[in-house]
Design a protein around this ligand. Sequence first.
Ligand SMILES: NC(=O)c1ccc[n+]([C@@H]2O[C@H](COP(=O)([O-])OP(=O)(O)OC[C@H]3O[C@@H](n4cnc5c(N)ncnc54)[C@H](O)[C@@H]3O)[C@@H](O)[C@H]2O)c1
Length: 317
Amino acid sequence: MLSKVIKKVTVIGAGFVGSTTAYTLMISGLVSEIVLIDINTEKAEGEVMDMNHGMPFVRPVKIYSGSYSDCAGSDIIIITAGANQKKGETRIDLVKRNTEIFRGIVGEVIKYSTDSILLVVTNPVDILTYVTYKLSGFPKNKVIGSGTVLDSARFRYLIGDHVGVDTRNVHAYILGEHGDTEVATWSLTNIAGIPMEMFCNECGKCKSGSTKEEIYENVKNAAYQIINKKGATYYAVALAVRRIVEAIVRNEDSILTVSSLLEGQYGLSDVCLSVPTLVNKDGIDKVLTVPLNSEEKNKLLASGNSLKEIINSIDLF
Ligand SMILES: NC(=O)c1ccc[n+]([C@@H]2O[C@H](COP(=O)([O-])OP(=O)(O)OC[C@H]3O[C@@H](n4cnc5c(N)ncnc54)[C@H](O)[C@@H]3O)[C@@H](O)[C@H]2O)c1
């Protein structure tokens, strides 16, 4: 008889991002159990009811709302809970507020689950990935931030859209912070193996310099643009999280720009940020060192140092 393989994911935070992530996982067929936890229990219960009523249309998956004891046995615990920036509040104030929220969440999670992979999505994601690593005491391979997986997808989409090529044939990475100091690595960008510079010369559609800057700015400012128009971003980030979950539960050895602890790579240590990283059933298998040009190296270093400054401003213990 076949033994029953349960793939269990807990999503903490049933807001826009958490509930869309749970829904995206529900229809993915990747997992067999999803727990949704929120301080607002009614919200979590309502989201669960709504998803469960679609059950006849998807592969069977058990979805329920619960408390922290229900995260026991999870393969992956996804944290999307947190406070949003208030009017007039600085980024550092928000970091401090979300660090306090994470102190509570991570404290509860580790009571019930000591061998799950923790996947952080709440912003500022790189800082909160570091905070989660420190507060949980989990090994570094088991604490992952969604990092610039979303930004790299936006980058690939905008390049593909500009040149008229299927996004999946565009290979491009945004590295560093998921935020204002993120780095577009044009030197690594290629379309079907053709380096971007060469592709641009042949395409001749635009003045590549200014278009590149525009594409980068649109990637970096995408969240601001969407939030101005509809209040929040959640579809693409949920798909990015689904992709990370897929790489883990299917043990794919996929290379994704997730955020994790750096220990000397690119001249950075004791900070979490995104670089191309091998992801599989163990979480982070290997942080890769990719060949950047000197401008990209300097920008990545600056991005890491600006994150370290923020880390130094928070009181963790
Ligand atoms: N990393 C990325 O690429 C990315 C992309 C989009 C959004 N985000 C971030 O995701 C986070 C969530 O965004 P959202 O739009 O879903 O916000 P939201 O306000 O809709 O949801 C947040 C949820 O967290 C819950 N919550 C607050 N404190 C809690 C606690 N102590 N325990 C349990 N639940 C708690 C709230 O009740 C709410 O339901 C934000 O930080 C946002 O910036 C990240």
